[in-house]
Design a protein around this ligand. Structure first.
Ligand SMILES: [Zn+2]
Length: 167
C-alpha cells in the first residue's frame, strides 16, 4: 500500500483474526446444489450492450456511475473454463469497455475485477476511479465504492448506457 492510498475509515482500525474456515464452501449461484444462475435466468439487470459472445450490464446499488459488468453468454465459471476463442477475444472486448468508460471523462483509471465468489457464471467488473481521487487507488477503490453513498440506480443505468453508446 503506498502512502496516498487510504481506506474510507478513520484510524485506528483494529486488526482481527480470520474466522473458522467453512469447508466445504456453500455452493454459489449457478453451481450444482446452489441457487439458479441469476444471469442465465434473467434476474440480473438487462444488458446495455451485447454481441454474440458478451453482454454488458449496469450495476444496482452502487456509488460510482460508469461502473459496469461484463458477462459471457455461455455459462462457464472462470477464465480456465472459457472456450479458447472467447478467452482470446476477452482482451479485445475489455479494451473496448475500458475506452468507452474513459470517454465519459473525469475518470483516472478503469479497474477490472474478477471475484467469482458470488456466482458461477463468468463475469468481470469495471469500476472507474474518479480523476484525482488518489486515496481510492489500488485495493482501496472497492472499499470507497462501498462506503460512499449510493447514487440512484437510474443514474448508474444512464451512465452504463453512455458506456454502451461509446462501445
Ligand atoms: Zn449462468
Amino acid at each position: 500500500m503506498n502512502a496516498t492510498m487510504s481506506p474510507p475509515y478513520r484510524e485506528p482500525l483494529i486488526p482481527r483474526e480470520p474466522g473458522e474456515r467453512v469447508i466445504p464452501e456453500p455452493p454459489r449461484r449457478g453451481e450444482p446444489g446452489g441457487p439458479p444462475c441469476g444471469i442465465c435466468t434473467g434476474q440480473s439487470t438487462s444488458p446495455v450492450w451485447s454481441d454474440e459472445n458478451w453482454t454488458l450490464h449496469p450495476p444496482v446499488g452502487g456509488s460510482l456511475p460508469g461502473a459496469v459488468w461484463l458477462a459471457s453468454r455461455v455459462h462457464v465459471d472462470s477464465f480456465s473454463d472459457l472456450p479458447d476463442e472467447l478467452a482470446a477475444e476477452f482482451g479485445q472486448v475489455v479494451a473496448r469497455v475500458e475506452r468507452a468508460i474513459l470517454s465519459l471523462g473525469d475518470v483516472a483509471r478503469v479497474h477490472l475485477y474478477r471475484y467469482g465468489d458470488g456466482g458461477a457464471h463468468f463475469h468481470v467488473w469495471f469500476v472507474p476511479r474518479p480523476l484525482g481521487m488518489l486515496e481510492a487507488s489500488g485495493m482501496m477503490l472497492p472499499l470507497w465504492e462501498d462506503a460512499l453513498p449510493n447514487v440512484p440506480d437510474e443514474e448508474l443505468a444512464a451512465a452504463a448506457e453512455r458506456v454502451a453508446a461509446a462501445m
